[in-house]
Write a protein that binds this ligand. Sequence first.
Ligand code: C2E
Ligand code: MG
Ligand code: MG
Ligand code: MG
Length: 274
Amino acid sequence: QHAIDQHEHLGIFNETMLRRSQYGHTLETQLQGAAQRQELSLMYQPISDVDTGRWIAVEALLRWQHPQLGAVPPSTFIPVAERSGQIYQLGDWALQTALRETQAARALWPEAHVNVNVSPVQLLMPDYAERVLQTLADLQVPPQLLTVEVTESSVMQDVDLACRHLRKLRDAGVRVALDDFGSGHSSLSLLTELPLDTVKLDRSFLREGAQATARGALLRNTIRLARDLHLSTVAEGVEDAAMLARLSDLGCDYAQGYHISRPDHLEDLLSLRR
Ligand code: C2E
Ligand code: MG
Ligand code: MG
Ligand code: MG
C-alpha cells in the first residue's frame, strides 16, 4: 500500500513538473524573436509628487502580447528569460525603447524622465554599467533622463559588483532607485551602504490587516531614515485618496499606483498628464 501511495504521489508530481516545464519551454521558444515579431511593448505608469500631484517621471513596464498565448505577464516571462539568458536581449530592448520613446515624448513633456527595471542577471554582467552608458551615448539621450530600478535581492547576489556598477552610473548622471523595498527581508543598513538616489517602498507597506499598525510604524520610520540619508521616497501601489493623504502626512515624496494612473501607452498618458 505504501509503495503504491508513493508511486501515485510521484506520478502527480512528475505530471505537474512536466506541464510546468512544457509551458516554460513553450514560453522560452515563443519568446525567441518576440521583439522582431513586434509582440513586445512598453506600458508606462506615472510617478507623481505627493503634495502637488505633478508627474515627475514614468516607469516603463514590459508587456508581451502573443497571438495564441495572449497577454503573458512579466512575472511569468521574465523569470523564464532570466533562466534562458534571453533577459539580456529583452533588457536591451526595454532600455532602448524606453529611452527612445521618452526622448520623443519630451517634445510634448519637456521634463519627462523614465525609470527602467533591471534584472539581477543583467546586474551580474561585468560590463553592465558601460553598456547602459554606451546605449545612452548611442541614442544621444542625456543620462539624467534615466533612473534604473534595482531590487535588493539583485544587489545582494554580488554587493561589490553592484556597487561598482551603480557608482559608475551615478557618476555619469543616471539615477538609481531601490525597487520593492520592504517586500522581502529588507535590511535598513542596505540603504546606508548602496549608492542610491531613491527608495521605492513596496506596496505591501500600504496593505491593511492584522499587521497594519506594525507596518505603519515601519513605513513611517523607513521614510524618516530615507530622508536623513537624503534619499527620495516613492510609495508603490497607491490605490486610493486616503493612502495618498497618509503618505503626505508621513513625508513621502512621490507616489505611484492605480489611484494616480494605471500603466498606459505613453502617448495616451501625455494628454492626461498633470
Ligand atoms: P515593479 O517594478 O515593482 O512594477 C510595479 C508593478 O506594480 C507593475 O506590475 C504595475 O503594473 C503594478 N502596479 C502599479 N500600481 C499598482 C497598484 O496600485 N496596485 C497594484 N496591485 N499593482 C500596481 P507589472 O507591470 O505586472 O510588472 C511586474 C514586475 O515585472 C515589475 O514590478 C518588475 O519587477 C518586472 N518588470 C516589468 N518590466 C520589466 C522590465 O522591463 N525588465 C525587468 N527586468 N523586469 C520588469
Ligand atoms: Mg520597478
Ligand atoms: Mg516595484
Ligand atoms: Mg512592488
